[in-house]
Design a protein around this ligand. Sequence first.
Ligand code: GRF
Length: 214
Amino acid sequence: MVCRIVVLISGSGSNLQALIDKLDRQHGEIVAVLSNRPEAFGLERARRAGIETLVLNHRDYPDRESFDRAMISTLDALQPDLLILAGFMRILTPEFVSHYHGRLLNIHPSLLPKYKGLHTHKRALEAGDSEHGATVHFVTEELDGGPLVVQARVPVIAGDTPESLAERVQYQEHVLYPLTMNLFASGRLRLIDSRACLDNEPLGARGIEPEQID
Ligand code: GRF
């Protein structure tokens, strides 16, 4: 059975592009890309790849709950096995998150649990960290707090700016996210009893590094 994947975006969609380019088509299909912003460039990337695009503008809804309910009905019609948040810049309601429990992945530009939330590159530089990175995790109700799957480290170099650091972190994101998607699509990655498991073995609290995966 092919895993039906929907990618949710709000912006440029460079991660979406990596997902499209590196999808293991034997196990997965990106059936649609949904954006909450009509002008998101990622929609253009999806169209070029022949993928269905959907726009649900959060500004058309009176509150977060009604927006998320509209998303649930739109997404459920697609019968997704996996939802991938790829720069989707909306906080999701507990109702949405629990509805897709075990089927919802996010990528965050930091070595979680460090630097949840925004401006992660600037915060890592201000703290004088020697390394920074990106993390893919299952989404739970705690913002940027669900079980970690994979994490990639990036050294901080003298003279780094938030922009230069972001560029190197994004390069790693484009490795991590397709890898995770393909592990899920092939059935090797699952959320079991609230723990991320690879080949039925629970991963450690910090997840796994890409080099450790065969
Ligand atoms: C990525 O850096 C990701 O970590 C964060 O949002 C950014 C999305 O970038 N959640 P893009 O739209 O995939 O280029």
